[in-house]
Design a protein around this ligand. Structure first.
Ligand code: ARG
Ligand code: ZN
Length: 849
């Protein structure tokens, strides 16, 4: 959809739709290039809405016929919808339109993937299916008839009736159009069942293309666990007789929570030990849970408008994180989430794309399915829970479900249930939803006469459109350790509400060592002058496993920063302290694997930038390499022992215990490969009976510059498997050295199996390019140019995926003049493309502002 002058939509302009939609009947007569969609909708005047013209959204629809109460009418149709004169009271609207799913490469609305019909309607895709009030606050009961020769024809709700060449579905739960779904194709199912807490039997199905049957079992089990967990932890029961999940190869995002008919990117549901890694399994379990949990937080209670997106996404991410913690262990999940937050959300919050968790304006809502709305949105809920306590949270959630079931709700509704359930005033807390940017919290301390004082100062740097920030409510979890390592003050939550505030602890016999922001109790940047000795002390003694990990991360960061900025040698005192932790076999292998991780190169660039140093990607890469080599050499005797400890002798299971061991093993292999030129990796590659081991070995080989033979073998082995081949494409770019990254990526785009229309394949190559920090930022601009070339090409087909990938440039302003100039030129080249989509126009405009 080309749009010369995109419109900006504002939260403050919200007005309800003038009618309610009481019933919706849809009939689809499927054909790849000429699907007919007939709609019959009963509208009644909405007493709560101001008078307005009757407007229905509609885009790229070929109009066939329209009628009101059976009489043909001729609406006025534009690029974005139609207006029509309508009777005063209620009326029945009928329309017939034609659409061409086979030509739909935007993957929004009704489209085709490998010959199968499927839909994606969130956020505003339903308007590409038929004319409709395509807004989340218009909820209706849908009955859907699908006509076509396909063996399987699915829609939302319960199956109602079917016959030769047709099937009818009825969804009794009123829903907005963004939750509509239809699937038709020659699919096969992996069946299952679940008995709910009140004893109702629910039929479960995972629908896949023939050939993928062997990749369903894990997803089905994850679904059952999710259903059980939501009953046990939130008291939420499933509400239809059937729950269908469909795997689709061409999909813009991870998955979609359509009522009773979740549609998944096949990468987010299909898995077998041979083809999927431990990380894939964990992600699949989390996404299945996420989409299932949306049935209550999203579907039964939906959003009034798209500005409220975090109402369902932040909450559902928070819930799926709780689920993963319960399934796999809290400390590892928390650390992984914080790594992810710092890797994806912090750069967003600290650059030109920064926006509040609840944005106040947008041009294209698809551009706001961001780490800020999702992950920071979940952090905000975590803080809320910390502030009101577990019991207060449980009471508030019960009230939320009771009061708002069936509603299209707002953040105000959400906060009100907390205020009522707990008696707490959340006026100031609400700033977490309206103020963009990452708060910085500076810490200073004093000790006299047994009294220890912590002074906390908060400051949020300006963000686009928000030059001044007000103080936020920041829960800072603190514990105090005595110099001998005993915990003298257990974890206490300090509530920082002012710009500067002091907190005292009395009756201490010696100056304690503070452990601050335990469990990462708020999404902030902590600024604290602290000695290496103190950090080493926390690394050895902190009882909070998150902060123990964090102490190590701080030491790693400081070590690398001194290497980069002062040419210092690696800090051996730190390496010895870390070695003690790594050797401690009482600690979970997964935790030790996380301890072995180092800050990413882009995180280092961010830290340098925050300290006023222009990051040099080559220097960052070199320091990271030197550190790895140093560790490998220093620990050469330890590595074989760790490798032994990391061995799994039982048959493969993607559970936390085995995955933790393999994670440790792969960290060890990466170090070993620095010493043996890839010998151990070669052996592991040859003997691997699961994808986790095979892929980690391949990465080490490519990294060591010895991967060609293994890459060829891998391709020959997995040629027929699209998901595994995505790994083949991505890994070569991810693991290549900085001088060759862009050339490798370019060569891969010329491979006959590169298909830009498949978002997974496109992202495998281009995403890996953007993530290879030093490779992407090669000083001659080859990385920038290649990405921009492909973004320009893809925009004609798939604006949504193109727009998301523009964020690869979001940190452009922090680099040196040469790189900055090169990136700016590429952004301007994209912006100048005639007919650029609204999605990408908005992104590059924000990036360049
Ligand atoms: N609601 C989906 C989820 O997070 C994401 C769908 C986003 N789709 C989009 N076109 N922006 O579970
Ligand atoms: Zn979601």
């Amino acid at each position: 959809m080309k749009d010369a002058s995109p419109q900006t939509i504002y939260l403050k302009d919200y007005t309800p739709f003038g009618w309610t939609a009481e019933e919706v009947h849809l009939t689809f007569v499927l054909a790849p290039s000429a699907t007919r969609v007939r709609s019959r909708i009963r509208f009644a005047p909405n007493p709560d809405a101001p008078k307005q013209a009757f407007f229905l959204h509609g885009e790229q629809l070929k109009p066939i016929s329209f009628a009101i109460d059976g009489t043909p009418v001729t609406p006025e149709i534009t690029d974005t919808g139609l207006t029509c004169a309508v009777p005063e009271g209620g009326f029945t609207w009928e329309a017939e339109v034609e659409i061409a799913p086979v030509e739909n490469f935007a993957l929004e609305g009704l489209y085709m993937s490998n010959g199968m019909y499927c839909t994606q309607c969130e956020a505003e895709g339903f308007r590409k299916i038929t004319f409709y009030p395509d807004r989340p606050d218009v909820m209706s009961v849908f009955t859907v008839r699908v006509e076509g020769a396909e063996k399987v024809k699915l829609s939302n709700g319960n199956p109602q009736d079917s016959g030769e060449g047709w099937a009818e579905w009825h969804d009794p739960w009123p829903k907005p159009a963004y939750l509509f779904a239809l699937v038709a194709g020659d699919l096969v199912n992996h069946p299952g069942s679940f008995t709910t807490m009140s004893g109702r039997d629910v039929e479960l199905n995972l629908w896949v293309r023939p050939g993928d049957e062997g990749k369903c079992a894990f997803g089905m089990e994850a679904l059952k666990k999710s259903m059980k967990w939501d009953e046990e932890v939130y008291g939420r029961e499933y509400d239809l007789d059937i729950f269908n999940i469909v795997a689709v190869d061409d999909f813009n995002m991870g998955a979609m929570e359509n009522k009773g008919l979740n549609i998944f990117n096949s990468s987010a549901v299909l898995a077998s030990p041979e083809t999927a890694t431990d990380a894939n399994f964990e992600r699949i379990e989390a996404i299945i849970a996420h989409e299932y949990f949306h049935n209550w937080t999203g579907n039964r209670i939906t959003c009034r408008d798209w500005f409220q997106l975090c109402l369902k996404e932040g909450l559902t991410v928070f819930r799926d994180a709780q689920f993963t913690s319960d399934m796999r262990g809290e400390e590892v999940k928390r650390i992984s989430d914080v790594i992810d937050l710092r890797g994806r959300q912090f750069p967003e919050d600290q650059g030109p794309l920064s926006h509040p968790v609840r944005p106040e304006s947008f041009q294209e809502i698809n551009n706001f399915y961001t780490a800020t709305v999702y992950e920071k949105g979940a952090e905000v809920i975590g803080m809320l829970k910390r502030l009101v306590g577990d019991e207060g949270y449980a009471k508030a959630l019960d009230l939320y479900f009771e009061r708002h079931d069936g509603d299209a709700a707002t953040i105000e509704d959400w906060l009100k249930v907390f205020e009522e359930a707990t008696g707490r005033d959340l006026t100031q807390f609400k700033r977490w939803y309206s103020q963009a940017g990452t708060p910085h919290v500076a810490v200073s301390e004093a000790f006299a006469d047994g009294t220890y004082t912590l002074t906390l100062k908060q400051h949020t740097p300006p963000t686009p459109g928000q030059p001044e920030k007000l103080p936020q409510v920041i829960p800072v979890a603190v514990g105090l350790l005595s110099p001998n390592g005993d915990e003298v003050v257990p974890t206490t939550v300090l509530e920082l509400t002012e710009a500067e505030q002091s907190f005292t602890f009395e009756g201490l016999s010696a100056k304690p060592v503070p452990s601050i922001l335990r469990g990462f109790s708020a999404p902030v940047v902590l600024e604290r002058e602290s000695t290496k000795e103190e950090r080493a002390f926390l690394l050895a003694h902190d009882t909070d496993s998150f902060n123990r990990w964090e102490a190590n991360r701080d030491l790693a960061r400081e070590c690398l920063v001194s290497m980069i900025t002062e040419g210092a040698e690696p800090d051996t005192a730190w390496l010895d302290g870390l070695e003690a932790v790594i050797r401690d076999s009482a600690l979970d292998p997964a935790y030790r694997a996380l301890m072995l991780g180092t800050p990413t190169q882009s995180e280092l660039a961010q830290v340098l930038h925050q300290r006023g140093v222009t990051p040099d990607p080559d220097a960052i890469w070199t320091a990271t390499e030197v550190l790895k080599k140093t560790r490998a050499e220093r620990w050469s005797n330890l590595l074989p022992h760790l490798a032994e400890e990391a061995k799994v002798t039982e048959p493969y299971q993607p559970d936390a215990e085995q995955s933790g061991k393999r994670a440790l093993g792969s960290a060890v292999l990466a170090l070993t490969s620095r010493l043996d030129g890839g010998e151990a990796a070669k052996a592991q590659f040859a003997s691997a009976d699961n994808m986790t081991l095979q892929l980690s070995a391949l990465a080490c080989l490519v990294q060591a510059g010895a991967g060609e033979e293994a890459l060829a073998k891998f391709r020959a082995q997995w040629n027929g498997d699209r998901l595994v081949m995505d790994k083949w494409f991505g890994l070569q770019v991810a693991a290549s050295g900085p001088s060759e990254t862009a050339d490798r990526a370019k060569a891969l785009t010329e491979d006959p199996d590169f298909d830009m229309k498949n978002p997974n394949r496109f992202r495998a190559v281009m995403g890996a390019l953007a993530m290879n920090h030093a490779g992407f930022h090669r000083i001659d601009g080859a990385g920038y140019r290649l990405l921009a070339d492909w973004l320009i090409k893809l925009d004609e087909k798939n604006p949504q995926t193109t727009a998301r990938m523009c964020s690869a440039f979001q940190t452009w302003k922090r680099y040196d003049e040469t790189r900055r100039g090169l990136m700016q030129a590429e952004l301007e080249r994209i912006a100048a493309k005639p007919g650029l989509s609204r999605d990408v126009t908005e992104m590059v405009t924000r990036l360049l502002s």
